[in-house]
Design a protein around this ligand. Sequence first.
Ligand code: SAM
Ligand code: SF4
Length: 320
Amino acid sequence: PGVDLALWAEASRLREEYWGKNVYLRGIVEFSNHCRQNCLYCGLRRDNRELSRYCIDAEAIFSAAKAVKGLGFGTVVLQSGEDAGGDGEDVAKLICRIKNKLNLAVTLSLGEREVADYRLWREAGADRYLLKLETLDEDLYARLRPGRKLAQRLHSLQELKDLGYETGSGLIAGLPGERPGDLRRGLEFLAGLHLDMLSISPFTPAPGTPFAEALACGLAEIFNAMALARVLMPTAHIPVTSALGLHGDDVRLAALAVGDVLMPSLTPEAVRGAYAIYAGKNSGAESPKARAEAMRDLLLNAGFALPAGPGSAWRIERGS
Ligand code: SAM
Ligand code: SF4
């Protein structure tokens, strides 16, 4: 089956109604690829011995955040594997420094942590947190994330909401083992959580994982999922993920008819290739800065607007 054109048209109409031509650029800094989890789909999984592991220090993370600011973006996203060794206090200090010195909105995507860490980081000034549920099928979840349960992830998501984060979640489309109707059910469930952002990435096989040879999510499936997400959650921020961006600029621009966020990677060049969640992630010869600038030009040429400011959740932007 192809793209559902009626759904797509309705989703584009809603995107335009609520967000106009705006595209929100967030600079993502992937500061560590260490991970204690063993998700079958992800190249950063614990058992992937092919991957050389890195963790950049606070100074290097701050420099990358400065580059995000220099590009005129309003938000820095700090992402990493679920790093058991990562010290909550160090992350809190870094958040404080970024907030005080750079005045950027800070989004965290650091996986499941103790509520004490979530609280510490929120008090340090973090604005947003992204914790995807990946799949709403409990059995599939347990199989794909060994040792973890969907209920625990949901509990963490609720803790984040209760702490006042602008909260995002999402799914991976086309996961091996996904059944017809799973995505729709997942999106309907997420819509009931009244999230501020929703990210759906197309499953893309990763070397060094049990799914290295699995079939990637098709374009029609991810387009239909994004369109349905927009129809169910018209005011949510919906990124065009980097995995979808692998299909090139035309696909990225087309997806922005329903999505409204792009997150170029500003991870330092020396390590960015090792943030290998899936094949092709962070590849390419240009510097992160040159690529981010090229993306900005592409968007402006295509008639999109790049508003200054943090690009907060709808309820905050509109004061409702
Ligand atoms: N470790 C944290 C976590 O899992 O929430 C944050 C980093 S993790 C690499 C960020 C996201 O990458 C996950 O939420 C998952 O949706 C996505 N991801 C991992 N492997 C993927 C794959 N093979 N294809 C598409 N997306 C993938
Ligand atoms: Fe670790 Fe996140 Fe990858 Fe799972 S998806 S292996 S938690 S980095």
